[in-house]
Design a protein around this ligand. Structure first.
Ligand code: CP
Length: 324
């Protein structure tokens, strides 16, 4: 690992602004942290004394819980706030909420919010570190990182690997973080789905666009299959769920026509029988649960680096040291 890996700075808002060295530093820092979750006592004192607030204005299972595990395994003190249980329901603004938290002397905020740009907005207004846990359609950087780590673990490299993101790309913050991170790290990226969900304008980001999933399967080494956002179906993006599955669903029958085996990812939550069939989700080439496992290590790495930790000291830190 490079002795001169750049610092992440104060916040992690997205992968678009990160260079190859910064992305690699996060992935390499996650590697030693994986082992902590395999221990009988899953705790190291890396973030002892740090206070982290998890502020979730939208529902979440994987992201919220894995951030909380990451924080607790690094010995931080954590508080969870959701919009329904907070004074946001009484009309308090995001900035006022955050300033009140600051007044209690917190160190970091992990935030999920429905508005694109909310993480940047907050990061520019409070001194605490801000980690974006998903903002509108903009970015979901730790999901992108855990997807990329899972691909690197399984294929040994990202350079030249062909990754196709299949499904509801237009509404997806996961797609954008994957596209930015993968392209920076040397992968080739494509997107695939109906034109309503995968507009041709995505080519401007430097990706290939497929409208037929059969073509994507012929091209790709990896499929990252996105949830069809069922709550948006009334807007007429696809004729019906049955029709979507028939035309774009990833099935064993379709994968058998690929020139070689494809690695299967899905960020969750899955709609089985819609964008992905159960035998693919649970099949031998699926790494969907590995993504979830890697999510804890990636989030540990991000929190450690934002707290001032150095990538080259992560191995020593997990044996009992502080962040730097
Ligand atoms: N992948 C993902 O963000 O899942 P959650 O919405 O459950 O956090």
């Amino acid at each position: 690992m490079s002795e001169t890996a750049p610092s992440l700075g104060k916040d992690l808002v997205g992968l678009e602004s990160l260079g190859r060295e910064e992305l690699t530093a996060i992935l390499d820092t996650a590697e030693p942290f994986k082992e902590i979750s395999e221990r009988r006592i899953k705790k190291v004192p890396v973030l002892r004394g740090k206070t982290i607030v998890n502020l979730f204005f939208e529902p979440s299972t994987r992201t919220r819980i894995s951030f909380e595990f990451a924080e607790k395994r690094l010995s931080a003190d954590t508080v969870n706030i959701s919009s329904t249980g907070s004074s946001v329901t009484k009309g308090e603004t995001l900035v006022d909420t955050a300033r009140n938290l600051e007044a209690m002397r917190i160190d970091m905020v992990v935030m999920r919010h429905g508005a694109s740009g909310a993480a940047r907005f907050l990061a520019d207004r409070i001194p605490s570190n801000v980690v974006n846990a998903g903002d509108g359609r903009h970015e979901h950087p730790t999901q992108g990182l855990l997807d990329i780590l899972t691909i690197r673990d399984n294929l040994g490299t990202l350079e030249g690997v062909k990754v196709c993101i299949v499904g509801d790309v237009v509404h997806s913050r996961v797609a954008r973080s994957n596209i930015y991170g993968l392209l920076t790290l040397g992968a080739e990226v494509a997107v695939c789905g109906p034109p309503t969900l995968v507009p041709g304008s995505f080519r401007e980001l430097g990706v290939e666009v497929f409208q037929h999933v059969e073509d994507a399967i012929q091209w790709a080494d990896v499929l990252n299959i996105l949830r069809l956002q069922l709550e948006r179906m009334e807007a007429g993006y696809v004729p019906s769920l049955r029709e979507y599955n028939r035309i774009w669903g990833v099935s064993t029958e379709r994968l058998e026509k690929a020139p070689h085996d494809l690695l299967i990812l899905h960020p969750g939550p899955m709609n089985r029988g819609v964008e992905i069939d159960s035998d693919v989700a649970d099949g031998e080439h699926s790494v969907i649960l590995d993504q979830v496992t890697n999510g804890v290590a990636v989030r540990m790495a991000v929190l450690y680096l934002l707290a001032g930790g150095r990538p080259e000291k992560a191995e020593a830190a997990k044996k009992g040291g502080g962040p730097s």
